[in-house]
Design a protein around this ligand. Structure first.
Ligand SMILES: N[C@@H](CCC(=O)N[C@@H](CS)C(=O)NCC(=O)O)C(=O)O
Length: 211
C-alpha cells in the first residue's frame, strides 16, 4: 500500500504538475509542503536535497528527487508504465522527448522570454510534430501516446502541451490529433475535477509570472 504522499515544492505548477495530475486521476490524495523563496534562500533545505533542488517527493519512508524518477515510481505503483517491456521502452522514449521540450520551454520562460518568444513560437510546430506522428501511429491517434491505457508519459505530455497552449494558443492548429488528445485526457472525470479546482487553477505555471 503506497503513501502517504507529500510533495515538497515551490508554490507553482512547474515540475510537479504532471505528478499531481497523475495522482488526482488515479484517485490518490497527497499533501503539499510549499516552500517559499525566503525559506529556500536560507539554504538548509537546499543542502538537504540530494541534488540541491526541488521537487522532493515522499512516499511513506521513501524520499525521492528528480521529477521524472518520481513520475516513473508512481507509474510502476499504479500500472501506468505500459502493458509490457516494449511499451515501457517506448514510454521512456516519449518521456525523454517531453523532457527535451520542457527544458527548451523552461529556458525560454526563465532566461529569454521577451527576446526569444517569437522565435520559440515559430519553431514550436517542428517540436510538436514528433508527438503528433507518434500519436498517429497508435490507434490512428484515438488512444494514448503509447498503447491502450494511460501512462505517466501521457500526464507529462498533456501537462506540457497545456502550458504551450497558454504560451501560444494556436500552437496545436497543425496537430489535430494532439489537440483532440489533450481534450480527451483533460475530460477524464477525476482529472477534470482537479484541473478545475482552485488547487490547480490558483497555482501559477511558473515562478516568475511568465507563461
Ligand atoms: N532535474 C530536476 C530539476 C529540478 C529543478 O530544476 N528544480 C528547480 C525548480 S523547478 C530548483 O530547485 N531550483 C532552485 C535551485 O536550483 O536552487 C527535476 O526534474 O526534478
Amino acid at each position: 500500500m503506497p503513501g502517504p504522499f507529500t510533495i515538497t515544492y515551490f508554490p507553482v505548477r512547474g515540475r510537479c504538475e504532471a505528478m499531481r495530475m497523475l495522482l488526482a486521476d488515479q484517485g490518490q490524495e497527497w499533501k503539499e509542503d510549499t516552500v517559499t523563496g525566503e525559506l529556500w534562500q536560507k539554504g538548509e533545505l537546499k543542502k538537504s536535497c540530494v541534488f540541491g533542488q526541488l521537487p522532493k517527493f515522499q512516499d511513506g519512508d521513501l524520499t525521492l528527487y528528480q521529477s521524472n524518477a518520481i513520475l516513473r515510481h508512481l507509474a510502476r505503483n499504479y500500472g501506468l508504465y505500459g502493458k509490457d517491456q516494449r511499451e515501457a521502452a517506448l514510454l521512456d522514449m516519449v518521456n525523454d522527448g517531453v523532457e527535451d521540450l520542457r527544458l527548451k520551454y523552461v529556458q525560454l520562460i526563465y532566461q529569454n522570454y521577451e527576446e526569444g518568444k517569437a522565435a520559440y513560437v515559430e519553431a514550436l510546430p517542428g517540436h510538436l510534430r514528433p508527438f503528433e506522428t507518434l500519436l498517429s501511429q497508435n490507434r490512428a491517434g484515438q488512444a494514448f501516446i503509447i498503447g491502450d491505457q494511460i501512462s505517466f508519459a501521457d500526464y507529462n505530455l498533456v501537462e506540457l502541451l497545456r502550458n504551450h497552449l497558454v504560451l501560444a494558443p494556436g500552437c496545436l492548429a497543425s496537430c489535430p490529433l494532439l489537440a483532440a488528445y489533450v481534450e480527451r485526457v483533460r475530460a477524464r472525470p477525476r482529472l477534470h475535477a482537479y484541473l478545475e479546482s482552485p488547487a490547480h487553477r490558483d497555482r501559477p505555471i511558473n515562478g516568475n509570472g511568465k507563461q
